[in-house]
Design a protein around this ligand. Structure first.
Ligand code: NI
Length: 164
């Protein structure tokens, strides 16, 4: 297992839709181990998508509201119409947080490392993490979903950030 550096906004891998996993093999198990270890390596990391450690495969890990795990080839199959507000951040845009509306409840379907189907459902912070990480695998960052003045504020903050 290896703790990987986190890719930052500007790295093209974050903007590339990840490839579906087709082989449920030892390479996939290592990727899942690395994602979990890198996510848990620092407190407060709610999730990590494979492209954030430079691997363009559809896998993410999550650690939110006491729920911890990973999903291979995740797909959002249900989102509530009810919306939650709250600040969102991302390891690939360090130090920045912006209010980001998300569905209050989300259901994700995918697979475990053996290729067996799994379903994860959650409300609140877990639902937020599931939506954020699935977006990552599609090459989308949370700041892309912002609108209006919040979006302008985010773009200004990104330009001013010392890592950009
Ligand atoms: Ni993120």
């Amino acid at each position: 297992m290896t703790i990987h550096p986190i890719r930052l906004l500007g790295d093209p891998v974050l903007r590339t839709p990840c490839d579906p996993v087709t082989a449920f093999d030892d390479k996939l198990r290592r990727l899942v181990d690395d994602l979990m270890e890198t996510m848990l390596g620092e407190p407060g990391r709610a999730g990590l998508a494979a492209n954030q450690i430079g691997v363009s495969s559809r896998v993410f890990s999550y650690n939110a509201d006491g729920h911890q795990g990973y999903v291979v080839n995740p797909e959002i199959v249900e989102l509530s119409e009810e919306i939650q507000d709250g600040d969102e951040g991302c390891l690939s845009l360090p130090g920045l947080y912006f209010p980001t509306p998300r569905a209050q409840y989300a259901v994700v379907r995918g697979y475990d490392v053996n290729g067996d189907p799994v379903t994860i459902s959650g409300r609140g912070f877990l639902a937020r993490a599931l939506q954020h990480e699935t977006d990552h695998l599609n090459g989308i960052l949370y700041v892309d979903t912002l609108k209006g003045e919040t979006r302008r504020r985010a773009l200004r903050a990104i330009r001013a950030a010392d890592w950009s």
